[in-house]
Structures are given as structure tokens and as C-alpha cells.
Ligand binder design. Structure first.
Ligand SMILES: [Fe+2]
Length: 308
């Protein structure tokens, strides 16, 4: 039979474990263990001789005390140090929860991002939170959002159902950016039921004028089943890998497909999707088993696929 002392030790031990686990999940993993997640692949339609390093930042969710302009500036420094050919931003720049001490204004997070430098430039898309936090855009059911204007004001183009053609090593390729799939929230006051996406995949891809390879940026990975084989690689964020992930399984994923597109490199029918675990938080300031990450993707290298 358990003694009183044993019981108190057990309770004390459990409390201590809970406190350490909480400290780890709230403070250490999300704030101190940012890492570079590396992938090396040669996807379909990728010309031999085109070696391209793309570095992607997803789900920054600027807010105090979790993602300050100073922390964003340090992520920018780490990103530049990877010597990317191209930097892409995968949406959700604004905060995604109520447990914050203060907002970070759009000019402040955009100014921190303005330090990103790459020979082929920096391109961006928007995420659902960039729309949801913009009351005027919600009422109008249309942009331009505050986030879009902030990015453009620091010289970062925003692709919403739009494409850009770039060139490296004598090869052309296209970056296509999808508008957000959950942009407009339901609202009783406005008579809207359900979420409304502004994405137009067919219209976006129709803007590609030749057979050169395409990299698609789509904040939510749920579009992936509809992405044609013609697209070499789709890059997404949004899920944060579930924020809690154990043994390759995330109990809660903001996706209609559950764990199918929760995190990492997914290959389906010879089509490639990489979902970033992102950098910030949604709902709760907790991460466990999904460290904040900067994505580095080396395309056109010899290994088929690899990650660290
Ligand atoms: Fe999102």
C-alpha cells in the first residue's frame, strides 16, 4: 500500500515532470531550438543542370513575446547565411492566437523581413491569418490586405494566383503563388456560411506560358490532391506539423486530410509536396516534437531525397 510520503513523492514528481515538460514545450523547444530542415530532391520535369537552393519561411506569426521583430531579424540572418538562390515566404505573418502580450504591427514585421537577401529575390504568398486579422478585407471579401501592402512596401512581391518566371544556370522556371484557400471567414452578420477560398489553381497555372518547371507556393497543403503532375514541387506551411507530433503522428492537424499532409515530404503519384513545420504558433504557445524550422530545399542535386 502506498504511504503518505510515497504518495506525496509521486505527486511532487508528477508536478515536477509537468512543470519541466511545460517549460520545454512552451519555452525551450519553440523559442530556442529553431533548426534548418534540409531536403535534397530532383522532382519531375526538373532539367539536369539546374541547381537551385530555395529557402522557405512559413508561419512566422509575429507577436510579443513569442515572435518579436528582433527574433524575426535573427531568423532573417540565419536564412541569409544559408546562401539561398531564392527565398520564399509561405504566409501567416500575423499572430495566430490570443495568448500574446502585444501585437507586432505589419510595418514592424515587414521591416524585419526586408533584410532577406537572395540573388533571385524574395517572393511571398499570404496565409489564412493574414486575411482573418484584416477586418476591412473580411467585410469587403477582397484585398489588398494589410499584410500584402506591408510586404509590397518593403519590396517583397506577393503572389495571389500569380506567377513569376526566373532564370538560373541558363534554365527558366516558374514560381506560382496561390491565393489563400481559407481567406474569407464565415460571418452571420455578413450572411456567409463556411469559409471561402480565393484560390484559383487552374487560372494561376494557365499563366505559365511554356513547359518550364513550376514550383507552386500554397499556404494550406489541402490543395495538393488537385495539383497536376505538371507542377514539379508544391511548398506549403499552415499545419505547424500539428505543433505537437509524436512518433510521426500529430494528434491535431488543421487539415481536412488529417495527418496525410501534416508535415514533411509527401510523394503521391510522382508529385512532390513539402510541408514546413513553420516557425510560430497558432491557438497555444506550445511546440513538442516539431521544432521551429527554416526549410532549405536543394533542387537538382544527385540524391533523390534526403533530410536532416
Ligand atoms: Fe495558416
Amino acid at each position: 500500500m502506498i504511504t503518505r510520503r510515497g504518495f506525496l513523492r509521486l505527486i511532487g514528481g508528477s508536478v515536477l515532470s509537468m512543470v519541466s515538460l511545460s517549460a520545454y514545450a512552451v519555452g525551450i523547444e519553440p523559442m530556442l531550438l529553431t533548426h534548418v530542415k534540409r531536403y535534397t530532391l530532383t522532382p519531375p520535369h526538373w532539367p539536369s543542370g539546374l541547381k537551385l537552393r530555395v529557402v522557405a519561411l512559413a508561419d512566422i506569426h509575429a507577436c510579443r513575446p513569442w515572435m518579436t521583430p528582433e527574433r524575426i531579424a535573427s531568423l532573417v540572418e540565419k536564412t541569409n547565411a544559408l546562401q539561398p538562390d531564392l527565398i520564399v515566404l509561405l504566409g501567416d505573418y500575423v499572430d495566430g492566437m490570443r495568448l500574446v502580450t502585444a501585437d507586432v504591427s505589419a510595418p514592424d514585421w515587414a521591416s524585419a523581413l526586408s533584410g532577406l537577401k537572395a540573388p533571385l529575390g524574395v517572393l511571398s504568398i499570404l496565409g489564412n491569418h493574414d486575411w482573418w486579422h484584416d477586418y476591412a478585407a473580411q467585410v469587403a471579401g477582397a484585398g489588398p490586405t494589410v499584410a500584402r501592402k506591408a510586404l509590397e512596401s518593403v519590396g517583397i512581391p506577393v503572389l495571389e494566383n500569380d506567377v513569376v518566371r526566373l532564370e538560373k544556370d541558363g534554365h527558366g522556371f516558374w514560381i506560382a503563388g496561390l491565393a489563400d484557400q481559407l481567406a474569407i471567414r464565415p460571418s452571420k452578420a455578413l450572411g456567409r456560411h463556411g469559409f471561402k477560398g480565393l484560390d484559383d489553381l487552374d487560372g494561376t497555372l494557365a499563366k505559365v506560358r511554356d513547359s518550364e518547371p513550376i514550383v507552386l507556393l500554397a499556404h494550406e497543403p489541402d490543395i495538393f490532391p488537385k495539383v497536376p503532375w505538371r507542377v514539379s514541387l508544391t511548398l506549403s506551411g499552415h499545419t505547424h506539423g500539428g505543433q505537437v507530433r509524436l512518433f510521426g503522428y500529430s494528434p491535431v492537424v488543421p487539415s481536412d486530410f488529417g495527418n496525410r499532409y501534416a508535415y514533411g515530404h509527401v510523394v503521391e503519384n510522382d508529385r512532390n509536396l513539402i510541408v514546413s513545420g513553420g516557425l510560430g504558433f497558432s491557438i497555444m504557445p506550445v511546440r513538442f516534437g516539431v521544432r521551429p524550422e527554416i526549410l532549405q530545399i536543394d533542387l537538382g542535386q544527385s540524391r533523390l531525397s534526403g533530410a536532416t
